[in-house]
Write a protein that binds this ligand. Structure first.
Ligand code: ATP
Ligand code: MG
Ligand code: MG
Length: 385
């Protein structure tokens, strides 16, 4: 516990990592802007103000840290390579970050290792002709995606028919040549996610959860997934572990999957860090994904039984709404709701669609959770309409 962990990025994931670190008295040094959410709750003067994409700042962080980790994958992987090669451990490895941060490369990596992913085609231009030809190959609808710097659906455009092509180019074309790819539409019955923990000894997994997205952004997480057979749980956890074990580096990985009507599972994407669909672990499991991440990168024990779900849970994201304080009103409303934990990230004023906080309800049964969360979902829906 006497190790200092340097973290690239200090958003909400860094903040919840800091909460876990504080309990074990582990020092986190955050590289991000001065007011970053993670810095607000870690009072020491060693934090670094700067961009997590900036070489000199990353080197300065390295000098102060025993091990480096990330809370966002959109960092400079080549700089992390230099650091890893000069002896400071980086988890996950630079090579993992490099592959995963390009969603098309990530798909190729998984497909080459026999892991099922949606069919995808790279685009060299963003011309109407090329998109039309992709539409004929993949069929409609298909999802146009940005290869890099994509998050919360802000790099996705569903192309429902050939008529949508000009709007798709308008939305994503400015990302430049070779920056997009197209993905076959997955007509899933449910989206699942599994948080996998890679340790020095192998991989462990939290149980599979159900995720519900609206406009490509995560809205709700049901833990464990509802109405799913034991064999699907096992298959999802097995697939997620197999996928993660193909990547180098310790820590938590969030694995997003599509469950198809025939029971088949396809991986959507992998995040090489704690993940939105793992927030529920803070209240519902003996160890949270943040506890597990720190223990994994510091080679501390993780008893497998600590990753079970102690009580069913539902997590609801609080997004920014029409007014700068819309999210605060949701949080205030939730204060009266029983069995509800409220997390606000300290990001200041909200803007529409930005993740500002989340709520987790836990109860003895999933149906009790559903009853308890219903008014909160209603409130969120009113605010975003
Ligand atoms: P994240 O915030 O999870 O990093 P992202 O911006 O990387 O999101 P994706 O995970 O690629 O975006 O997609 C977001 C959501 O859009 C998915 O969870 C799913 O609901 C929908 N989606 C993505 N790809 C497809 C697809 N091929 N077929 C159908 N729906 C899809
Ligand atoms: Mg993503
Ligand atoms: Mg995703």
């Amino acid at each position: 516990m006497d190790k200092t962990v340097g973290v690239l990025g200090g958003g909400q994931l860094g903040r919840m990592l800091a909460e876990a670190a504080n309990r074990l008295n582990i020092t986190l040094i955050i590289l991000d802007k001065a007011s970053a959410p993670a810095k607000q709750i870690t009072a020491h003067n060693a934090h670094i103000t700067g961009s997590f994409k900036d070489g000199p700042s990353i080197h300065e962080l390295t000098k102060k840290s025993d091990v480096l980790t990330i809370e966002i994958e959109h960092v400079d992987a080549d700089i992390l390579r230099e650091i890893e090669e000069s002896g400071t451990p980086v988890h996950p490895s630079w090579s993992t970050i490099k592959t995963i941060q390009d969603k098309y490369e990530q798909k190729l990596h998984l497909r080459e290792r026999g892991v099922a992913v949606a069919d995808a085609l790279p685009l060299s231009s963003d011309s109407e002709e090329e998109l039309g030809s992709v539409g004929r190959q993949l069929g409609y609808p298909f999802m146009l995606k940005s290869r890099k710097d994509a998050y919360d659906g802000r790099g996705n455009f569903p192309v429902r028919s050939a008529e949508d092509i000009p709007a798709a180019i308008e939305a994503l074309g400015k990302r430049g040549a070779n920056s997009l790819y197209a993905e076959k539409w997955a007509s899933f019955t449910m989206e699942l996610a599994v948080m996998v923990v890679q340790t020095k000894d192998g991989t462990l997994a939290f149980p599979a959860v159900e995720t519900v997205h609206e406009n490509s952004i995560c809205k709700l997480v049901y833990a464990p997934a509802r109405g799913v057979s034991t064999s699907t749980f096992k298959a999802a956890e097995g697939l997620a572990k197999r996928a993660v074990s193909s990547f180098k580096g310790k820590g938590v990985y969030g694995v997003e999957m599509f469950l198809l009507p025939n029971g088949e599972l396809l991986i959507n994407e992998i995040a090489p860090r704690p993940h939105n669909s793992g927030h529920y672990t803070i209240e519902a499991c003996p160890l949270s994904q943040y506890d597990a991440h720190l223990r994994a990168i510091l080679d501390l024990p993780i008893p497998e039984d600590s990753l079970r779900i102690r009580e069913p849970a539902i997590m609801l994201n609080i997004l920014g709404g029409p007014k700068p304080d819309s999210h605060i009103n949701i949080a205030k409303y939730a204060l009266n709701n029983p069995r509800t934990s409220i997390h606000l990230y300290g990001k200041g004023d909200g803007s529409p669609g930005r993740k500002m906080g989340h709520l987790t309800v836990t109860a003895h049964s999933m149906s009790e959770c559903e009853t308890l969360i219903a008014p909160l979902i209603h409130e969120v829906d009113i605010l975003s309409s």
